[in-house]
Design a binder for this molecule. Structure first.
Ligand code: SRM
Ligand code: SF4
Length: 509
């Protein structure tokens, strides 16, 4: 029996009433009858098991969240997504997410069956990408390209996704978790995926002379609590053991994770309840084989790179070019151009980063100048200005019903204004998030801005709480809140002061 079944909250009730994945069989009917005629729980919640998000801000215009394992997408896949978005004219767009993923906007329900066929034809899926499911699995965007990488994570990430989603078809075994669940598999030296903020993170490490992973568990952000992941005290080899351990942890979480209170049901709450030792024992019992103890110190000993610009690959004569996609927003034509450029000058592959940027790998020396001459690079620069370069933003009130403030447009406007006023010696990572759910990961940023309401001159206006001190790469650490309730209209002087005091910015003469 699921723990706490007698005290079910609204989400647990709706899952118990009808499994979320059941809507897969009904999608053709929904497309026929239209969203207005649908059962409210199917519309607002269960469709998320298929990656379809009803947007209360734009009723009738849905968001489709894909799964892009390790952030790697082929040009044919990107072209199909671009064509889908193009079909919705000015209402269509896409966003690169903070989990190396893509979300499409403007989608209409009657088109979903056809869209699913199109996704299927290029081997893509959006299954189980929202609500109480395992989200897109992140991995180093340099996997297989970087001569200094320790483990190429591509195959492992795909295998874990296949296990969880039953090869993208949907897996009822994992369709009723107590809450959302994040997994990251890092193979590089610079902790490119913010391993520490995932429910399970695999981080590369040598144990004697064997290369494998230490395992961290329980990292998460929520409105009420944010925690970095802690050591499970386990080492696994770079093979099927990673898949098996993910499966065992998920089964333990599914069967024993607390379900009464949505604010207290992420994996860390179960670890708190049991203690890490008992949690480890339960995982071992589920796994059916002993777990080796962790190796002493992980091998993530580099500062984090943002991969923007042109860099040589380990494959002789080939380079990758990282392009800055301001706040991750893509229009249909951008997607079609990216697909074309990757095909024409690369190997038909693109990669997404958790900084909401894009990388085109496998470009030969002769083709580099041709790529640099592409008009798209005027919009998505390989060498952007220091604040735009590292800007990350969640969706915010333009499309998200939980948002307290507008983020993406404001984030860009404020960064550009600050760049006009200040000279900055180095990029500064500013992350915006429109509410305390922290999708924009403000706690990992140099400066994090979290949307809130502020009372100013007798009026309620949009504002932010300010975080600083997030450290990424080796020895990553979460930042903390230093100032609460700054009205967005007053942010320029406040951020200007923080940039001058802490990041060496100088006012331009
Ligand atoms: Fe998130 C809910 C967007 C990454 C923590 N998140 C939402 C919803 C689905 C709310 C809604 O229904 O409107 C947002 C959809 C808005 C929209 O239309 O785009 C949303 N989250 C996002 C994305 C798109 C932000 C972005 O612009 O990149 C990211 C999608 C990732 C993906 O591809 O799957 C996104 N969300 C995150 C992250 C960052 C991460 O995973 O590294 C977090 C914090 C880390 C974590 O989860 O531990 C995050 N999102 C949340 C939460 C708080 C979870 C909790 O335990 O309380 C919610 C609200 C909830 O689940 O109740 C939420
Ligand atoms: Fe929406 Fe809040 Fe997440 Fe931003 S942080 S996408 S506003 S839920």
């Amino acid at each position: 029996m699921i723990q706490g079944e007698n005290k079910l909250n609204k989400f647990e009730k709706l899952k118990a009433e009808k499994d979320g994945l059941k809507v897969k069989e009904q999608i053709d009917d929904f497309a026929q009858i239209g969203w207005e005629a649908m059962d409210k729980n199917d519309l607002e919640y269960r469709l998320k098991w298929l990656g379809i998000f009803f947007r209360p801000v734009t009723p009738g215009k849905f968001m489709l969240r894909l799964r892009i394992p390790n952030g790697i997408i082929t040009s044919s896949q990107m072209r199909v997504l671009g064509e889908i978005v193009q079909g919705y004219g000015s209402q269509g767009s896409a966003d690169i997410t903070t989990r190396q993923n893509l979300q499409l906007r403007g989608i209409e329900l009657q088109d979903i069956p056809n869209i699913f066929n199109q996704l299927n034809s290029v081997g893509m899926t959006s299954i189980q990408s929202g609500i109480d499911n395992v989200r897109n699995i992140t991995g180093s965007p340099m996997a297989g390209l970087d001569e200094h990488e320790l483990i190429d994570t591509r195959d492992l990430v795909q295998k874990v996704q296949d296990m969880i989603t039953c090869q993208g078809q949907g897996n009822p075994e994992f369709s009723n978790l107590p809450r959302k669940f994040n997994i990251a598999i890092e193979g590089g030296r610079d902790n490119s995926v913010h391993a520490e903020i995932n429910d399970i993170a695999f981080v590369p490490v040598y144990k004697n002379d064997r290369l494998g992973f230490n395992v961290l568990v329980g990292g998460f952000f929520s409105a009420k609590r944010c925690e970095a992941a802690i050591e499970l005290d386990a080492w696994v080899a770079n093979d099927q053991s990673v898949v098996d351990l993910c499966r065992a942890i998920l089964l333990v979480f599914r069967d024993h994770g607390p379900r009464e209170n949505r604010q207290k049901s992420r994996l860390m709450w179960l670890i708190d309840q049991w203690g890490i030792e008992r949690f480890r024992q339960e995982v071992v019992a589920q796994l059916g084989v002993p777990l080796e103890k962790a190796a002493e110190k992980d091998a993530m000993d580099w500062h984090k790179r943002d991969h923007l610009g042109i860099y040589p690959q380990k494959q002789a004569g080939l380079s990758y070019i990282g392009l800055n996609v301001p706040v991750g927003r893509l229009q249909a034509q951008d997607m079609l151009d990216l697909a074309r450029i990757a095909e024409l000058y690369g190997a038909g592959e693109l990669r997404l980063t958790v900084e909401q940027n894009v990388i085109i790998p496998h470009i030969s020396f002769e083709n580099l100048e041709l790529v640099k001459a592409e008009p798209l690079l005027n919009k998505f620069s390989p060498n952007p200005s220091p604040l735009t370069r590292s800007l990350v933003s969640c969706t915010g009130s333009q499309f998200c019903g939980l948002a307290i403030v507008e983020t993406k447009n404001r984030a860009l406007a404020i960064s550009r204004e600050l760049e006009q006023r200040l000279s900055l010696p180095n990029p500064v990572r500013i992350h915006w998030t429109g509410c305390p759910n922290s999708c924009g990961q403000p706690q990992v940023a140099d400066i994090g801005l979290m949307g809130t309401k502020v009372s100013k001159n007798g009026k309620i206006v949009e504002g932010v709480d300010i975080f600083v001190g997030g450290k990424v790469g080796k020895d990553a650490k979460l930042g903390s809140c230093i100032q609460k309730g700054v009205a967005c209209e007053d942010l320029i002087p406040v951020l200007s002061a923080i940039l001058q005091d802490n990041f060496g910015a100088v006012v331009k003469s």
